[in-house]
Design a binder for this molecule. Structure first.
Ligand SMILES: [Fe+2]
Ligand SMILES: [Fe+2]
Length: 159
């Protein structure tokens, strides 16, 4: 299986893309706020999209294949998504008021995302690659592009 054909390859690449956007926001916020805000908006919409991808498409596939939905790793991952969302919102509130003093909230988000993404990359994604057929994985990839934008593009006055 090539990277592009595995759940792990595709979702890990999206984690990396989001990490880069967040790093840009952090690096730019004290020198070029407009650019930093742009990076943050892209990051926020992208992270929200990633979570919808997992909760609406990927986790249901795992739950269907294994029969585990109330147990197993996905309830914990969904729960962590809510915590990530809250931390993201705390930074969003500061960005909205052009308050660059969000270092603590940023570190909180990085800590949450770091351990969450590691668990997905090392355990859950490879496990899904094991239980899903090539057709089922392909079905997930095709459906990623069908998620309507209004499910995740909520940011800074774009509600
Ligand atoms: Fe996740
Ligand atoms: Fe993820």
């Amino acid at each position: 299986m090539s990277e592009r054909e595995t759940i792990r390859g595709v979702f890990e690449q999206d984690h990396d893309r989001l990490d880069e956007l967040f790093k840009s926001f952090q690096q730019l916020k004290r020198s070029d706020f407009t650019k930093a805000e742009q990076a943050f908006k892209e990051f926020k919409a992208g992270l929200q999209r990633h979570i919808v991808w997992e909760e609406d498409l990927l986790f249901p596939l795992w739950e269907k294949k294994t029969g585990m939905s109330d147990s197993g790793p996905t309830p914990a991952m969904r729960n962590e998504h809510r915590q990530i969302g809250q931390q993201l919102e705390a930074i969003h509130r500061k960005v909205e008021t052009q308050n660059v003093d969000s270092d603590q909230e940023e570190q909180g988000l990085l800590n949450l995302l770091g351990s969450h993404n590691r668990k997905e990359e090392r355990a859950l994604y490879p496990a899904i690659d094991q239980v899903a057929s090539a057709e089922e994985r392909e079905g997930v990839f095709l459906n990623l592009t069908n998620i309507p934008e209004e499910r995740y593009k909520l940011c800074c006055g774009e509600h």
